[in-house]
Design a protein around this ligand. Structure first.
Ligand code: FAD
Length: 397
């Protein structure tokens, strides 16, 4: 029975999902003195969610002010974790926002960067060609450089967050899947290995979020997507240093694409540049290998690389897989469950959530503890989706 299971079955807070968001939620809870359990279905570290790999872009350039507003604190908290862990988790690299001058999405970036005084610089095609000779823009296209940008070392960051969580008294149980959540003033969480109870719960289950939320009467419009992560080699005979001189970039609707493309200089594979399409193929997170072709995304990438990065072989040298979990507006979900207010939900990070994780974790910690959150969360509320609630709202067995 629960009683004979001993005191380690009782916690102040439980966090479900040890990706980067759950890791930081648990980290903040433990630092706030909450006895916290972090549960993860797979043995850690793993590559089956959204937080694995070695690189993620961090930047202040965002078209929406509510994201820029979180980034000042995000940079500070990343630096704090680096300090605590005694590990470097970040390196600065300029990031170019590329687009047509007359493109509304590109203009929104540019306007927001000026409005928010982001240390940045507009580059003409000529100055771009001098500074970053690997990138070829076409007529009417320009670049803005975000000087605050950089690369976060993703795997190291997840590990550092989990280490510091444990240092602050937190418990991680991995290879232990949550099967059920019974809400109440004290919440009961049933896993593959037992039952735990806590007053506060955070659900950060990535692409699996709806599996846990549906029995709690909530169905969020989340679309898991399979992303093909491609790494590209320089052509034989390319000028020496060409790859080293590439910055991070974000191409807004370049080459007539509806979605963005982005790139990072060589890191995880020496001499291979990471260039990806910011969209993917709908996927069942439990069957990521199911049929559903990535060929269209690959063709888009190949066409882009051959035109805009002509120093690279137009055939990827390495392909890996990752997942996005997209909402219809690509804004996050950061909210309490509409009926069970001691359950906080972080989901739908839509392929751009990593950089915010220290702040997202802080917000989820505040929400789960019933506190006033540090940020205006209107853009992230569940109520923005219609028909998100299924009636009747019956607790699971
Ligand atoms: C290719 C790629 C590039 C990206 N680039 C950037 C970038 O440059 N900058 C940026 O800011 N962001 C970027 N992102 C987005 C960012 O990585 C994600 O937003 C972030 O990792 C999401 O973290 P998460 O914790 O929500 O999800 P996850 O990492 O998937 O974590 C969820 C965890 O919950 C666990 N779980 C699920 N169900 C259960 C259960 N029932 N019981 C126990 N555990 C469970 C899962 O196993 C998983 O470990 C990128 C993403 C990808 C895929």
């Amino acid at each position: 029975s629960l009683l004979s299971a001993g005191p380690s079955r009782f916690y102040d807070a439980i966090v479900v999902g040890a990706g980067i968001q759950g890791t930081f939620a648990a980290y903040h809870l433990a630092k706030r003195g909450q006895k916290t359990l972090l549960l993860e279905q797979f043995p850690l570290p793993h590559t089956r969610g959204s937080s694995h790999g070695q690189s993620r872009i961090i930047r202040t350039a965002y078209p929406q002010d509510y994201y820029t507003a979180m980034l000042g604190e995000a940079y500070r908290l990343w630096a704090e974790l680096e300090e605590e862990a005694g590990t470097k988790l970040h390196r600065q690299t300029p990031m170019l926002v590329l687009g047509r001058k007359d493109n509304p999405a590109f203009q929104r970036f540019w306007d927001a960067m000026q409005r928010n005084h982001v240390p940045s610089e507009a580059l003409t095609a000529e100055s771009l060609a001098q500074r970053f000779p690997g990138i070829h823009l076409r007529g009417g296209e320009v670049a803005v450089c975000d000087h605050t940008a950089g690369i976060l070392f993703a795997d190291k960051a997840v590990k550092a967050g989990q280490d510091q969580f444990q240092r602050n008294g937190g418990t991680i149980r991995d290879g232990e899947k949550v099967h059920g959540i019974l809400p109440g003033a004290v919440i009961t969480v049933t896993t593959s290995q037992g039952q735990y109870r806590a007053k506060h719960l955070v659900v950060t289950a990535g692409a699996w979020a709806n599996r846990l939320l549906a029995p709690l009467g909530l169905h969020l419009p989340l679309q898991p997507l399979r992303i093909t992560v491609c790494y590209w080699r320089a052509k034989a005979g390319s000028p020496p240093g060409l790859l080293e001189k590439l910055p991070c970039f974000l191409g807004i609707n370049l080459n007539g694409e509806k979605r963005d493309l982005y790139g990072l200089p060589a890191g995880e594979y020496p001499g291979l540049v990471k260039v990806c399409y910011h969209y993917g193929t709908p996927v069942d997170p439990d069957h990521p290998d199911q049929p559903g072709s990535s060929a269209p995304d690959l063709r888009i990438l190949q066409d882009f690389v051959s035109k805009y990065l002509p120093g690279l072989e137009p055939e990827p040298a390495v392909q890996e897989r990752c997942m996005y979990t997209n909402t219809p507006d690509e804004d996050f979900v950061l909210d309490r469950h509409p009926h069970f207010r001691n359950i906080a939900i972080g989901a739908g990070f839509s392929g751009h959530g990593f950089k915010f994780a220290p702040v997202v974790g802080k917000i989820l910690c505040e929400l789960s503890l019933g506190e006033e959150p540090s940020y205006d969360l209107v853009p992230f509320q569940i109520s923005r989706f219609s028909s998100q609630l299924k009636a009747p709202c019956k607790p699971p067995n």
